[in-house]
Design a protein around this ligand. Structure first.
Ligand code: GLC
Length: 463
C-alpha cells in the first residue's frame, strides 16, 4: 500500500504543469507510448480530483493557481457569435504554449476536442474545487475577490437562465461531461443532474452575502435546490416497488393529475432489469425526460448524489446494498464500472454511432474506471460499508501499480487494461490517493464539503 501511494504521488508530481514559474494544474496523462492528443492538457474535471488530493495533503497553492487561471480563461463576453464560447463557460482544458516569445495560456472550450463536445460539467467541477479549496485553506480573501464572485455568478447565469424546458433539472447535449462521446446521454443524464445539484449547493455556500449583486442568485438557489432534489429523488429513483409501479403504468394521461408524468410506456422496460434488480437494492436511473427513462446505471451520478445528500439516507443505503449484491457487475476486478450494462447490438450502433472506442464493455460503454475509487470510498465509509471499500481498494492498488495507472479497464469484470487506455493517467492515481486519504482519516471527507450547504440555511427545506 505504501509503495502504491508513493508511486501515485510521484505520478502526480510528474504531471504538474507550470505557468510563468507557478504550478497551475496537472496534465490528464503523460504516457510516452501513446500519441498525446489533448491528454497533455490540464482538464478541469480531471484536475478536480488532483485538487482534492493536494488539498487533503495540505497543499492548497497549486489549487489556488488553477482556480485563478480558470477565472482568467472563463468566457466573459455575451456572445451571439455561435463559434465563440457562451458567456460563463469554463474551458474543458487548457495548456501552456511557448512560441519563443514567452508562455501563453491556450484554452479549449470543446471546439478542438474529438467530435467537438461541449464541457457542461467544467463550471461545476470548478465550483466544487473552489469550495473544497476555501474550506481547507480558509482563504476567504481569494473567494471574495470581485472576479471570483463574478465567475460564480457567470456559471449560474449559464446553467440556470437560458432554457427551453420547464423542469428543475438541466437539459444538455450528448457527451457533455466525463462521458464525452456519443453514448445516448443527452437530455437529463443523472451524472449532470448530480453535479448540477452539488455545484448549486457550492454556489449557495460561496456567494458573498454582503455583495448586493449576489442577492437574486442566492434567492434563486434557495428556490431551485429543493425542487431539483425532489425531482431526482422521486423520478429517478428505481427499486423493485417502483419498477412494479412503472410496469403497471397507465399511459397518455393528460394534465396535472397524471400519475405517469413523463408518459413512460411499460414496454420500454428492458429485459435485463427484471431479474437483475435485487429485492433490497435500488439506484437512480440514467436519465428521465419526456417519454423516456434510461434504465442504465451510471456510477458517478449515483455516488455523487449519495455523497452530497441529493439521495435520501434510505436511498444511499439501498444503493450500497445494490453495489454489494451486484459487486461483480458494478465494482468488478478493477473498480468501478462507469455504466451498466453496456450498449450492445443495434443500441450500440444507434446510440454511439458505431463508435469502436465505445464498443460493448469498453471505455465509457461499460468499462471500469479507477478514478471513481474516491467516490466509492467517500460514500462507502459514510454508509458503514468499510469492508466493501477496503476490498475494492486492495484489488485496485495491486493492479494499478502493475499496469502503470491505466485510464480505464475493459470487459464485464474489468479484467483487461483498456484497449486504448493511456497509462500514467493522472486522475487514476489521484482517485486512488484521495480514497487512501479518506480511508486513513474518514473525517477528512468533511473538508471536501460536498453538498454541505444542505445543512445550512440555504437549503433548509431539504433537511
Ligand atoms: C477522455 C475522458 C474524459 C477525460 C479526458 C482526459 O476524454 O472521456 O472524461 O476528462 O479523457 O482524461
Amino acid at each position: 500500500m505504501r509503495d502504491a501511494k508513493q508511486r501515485a504521488w510521484r505520478l502526480l508530481e510528474e504531471s504538474m504543469v507550470t505557468y510563468r514559474g507557478q504550478p497551475v494544474g496537472t496534465v490528464a496523462a503523460h504516457d510516452p507510448e501513446t500519441e498525446a492528443l489533448n491528454y497533455d492538457q490540464v482538464f478541469t474535471r480531471d484536475f478536480a480530483i488532483s485538487a482534492f488530493a493536494f488539498l487533503l495533503d495540505g497543499r492548497p497553492e497549486i489549487v489556488r493557481n488553477f482556480l485563478a487561471t480558470a477565472v482568467r480563461l472563463q468566457s466573459h463576453e455575451r456572445q451571439l457569435d455561435c463559434f465563440k464560447p457562451g458567456e460563463g463557460l469554463i474551458p474543458a482544458s487548457f495548456k501552456v504554449t511557448d512560441h519563443g516569445d514567452g508562455e501563453e495560456l491556450f484554452a479549449d472550450f470543446g471546439e478542438h476536442a474529438i467530435a467537438r463536445v461541449a464541457p457542461v460539467d467544467s463550471g461545476f467541477w470548478w465550483l466544487l474545487t473552489l469550495q473544497a479549496y476555501v474550506h481547507v485553506s480558509e482563504d476567504r480573501a481569494f473567494l471574495n475577490q470581485a472576479e471570483v464572485q463574478q465567475a460564480i455568478r457567470l456559471v449560474l447565469d449559464l446553467s440556470m437562465t437560458s432554457r427551453f424546458d420547464m423542469f428543475p433539472t438541466m437539459l444538455v447535449p450528448d457527451g457533455s461531461f466525463m462521458i464525452d462521446r456519443r453514448m445516448g446521454v443527452y437530455g437529463y443524464p443523472i451524472d449532470i443532474q448530480a453535479q448540477f445539484f452539488v455545484a448549486l449547493c457550492a454556489a449557495a455556500d460561496l456567494l458573498d452575502a454582503e455583495e448586493p449583486a449576489n442577492a437574486r442568485y442566492r434567492a434563486a438557489l434557495q428556490e431551485r435546490l429543493p425542487h431539483l432534489a425532489h425531482h431526482v429523488r422521486t423520478y429517478y429513483w428505481l427499486d423493485l416497488a417502483r419498477l412494479n409501479q412503472i410496469y403497471r403504468y397507465g399511459v397518455e394521461e393528460y394534465g396535472p393529475t397524471a400519475v405517469n408524468k413523463f408518459n413512460i410506456h411499460p414496454d420500454a422496460i428492458p429485459d435485463w432489469l427484471m431479474d437483475w434488480l435485487p429485492e433490497t437494492g435500488g439506484y437512480l436511473v440514467g436519465n428521465v425526460g419526456p417519454g423516456r427513462i434510461d434504465f442504465r446505471y451510471f456510477a458517478q451520478g449515483n455516488l455523487l448524489a449519495c455523497a452530497a445528500g441529493l439521495a435520501t439516507k434510505t436511498q444511499v443505503s439501498a444503493l450500497m446494498q445494490l453495489i454489494a449484491q451486484r459487486y461483480d457487475d458494478l465494482v468488478g476486478q478493477m473498480p468501478l464500472k462507469l455504466c451498466f450494462p453496456a450498449l450492445e447490438g443495434q443500441d450500440w450502433r444507434i446510440l454511439t454511432g458505431c463508435d469502436p472506442k465505445n464498443r460493448p464493455w469498453s471505455y465509457h460503454n461499460g468499462g471500469n474506471w479507477p478514478v471513481l475509487l474516491w467516490l466509492l470510498t467517500l460514500v462507502g465509509l459514510r454508509a458503514g460499508a468499510d469492508e466493501l471499500v477496503e476490498r475494492a481498494l486492495s484489488d485496485a492498488e495491486r493492479r494499478l501499480v502493475q499496469d502503470d495507472w491505466p485510464e480505464y479497464y475493459d470487459g464485464r469484470r474489468g479484467r483487461l487494461v483498456g484497449q486504448q487506455a493511456r497509462r500514467h493517467q493522472t486522475w487514476s492515481a489521484a482517485g486512488y490517493l484521495v480514497a487512501c486519504q479518506l480511508l486513513e482519516r474518514p473525517e477528512r471527507a468533511e473538508l471536501l464539503h460536498l453538498g454541505r450547504s444542505l445543512e445550512g440555511a440555504h437549503c433548509a427545506a431539504l433537511v
